[in-house]
Write a new protein. Structure first.
Length: 137
């Protein structure tokens, strides 16, 4: 299941037995850790702090939980990837994924060129995070 909604924690009593049988995992989606930016980008959705709390509750109940950083917006939210992964890891996430923003045609040029301040989502010389697919040996 993938959700932005923290009400998923209300279903722990249903999800935990399913998790014991290996038939469910939950992915919480997050754009940013900044509550002000969240209010602009995702009005009427749960704050990042509440999503992280739900993540912790699910993990403590034995439900595999992960983070989906999406959409990653170059020049706006891409620099937050390491902080989001760290916060998710600290709240029980055991896996992560991400999706870039997809803009059609002329709009894609708005985020090309100068908006990339460094190479790659983690920056020059950055070490992989424990949740990064290549972060494990």
């Amino acid at each position: 299941m993938i959700t932005k909604n923290t009400l998923i924690a209300r279903d722990i009593d249903v999800l935990a037995p399913m998790a014991r049988h290996g038939i469910v995992r939950v992915i919480l989606s997050m754009i940013t850790l900044d509550p002000a930016l969240t209010r602009v980008m995702e009005p009427r959705t749960a704050t990042p702090a509440k999503r992280l709390l739900a993540m912790r509750q699910l993990a403590e109940a034995g439900i595999p939980v992960g983070i989906n950083v999406a959409p990653v917006i170059p020049g706006l939210t891409d620099e937050e990837i390491p902080a989001i992964l760290t916060a998710a890891w600290e709240h029980g996430a055991s896996f992560a994924s991400w999706s870039p923003v997809r803009l059609p045609g002329r709009w894609s040029r708005c985020l090309s060129g100068g908006s990339r301040r460094r190479s790659g989502p983690l920056g020059e010389g950055a070490q992989p995070h424990p949740l990064h697919p290549r972060g494990h040996s």
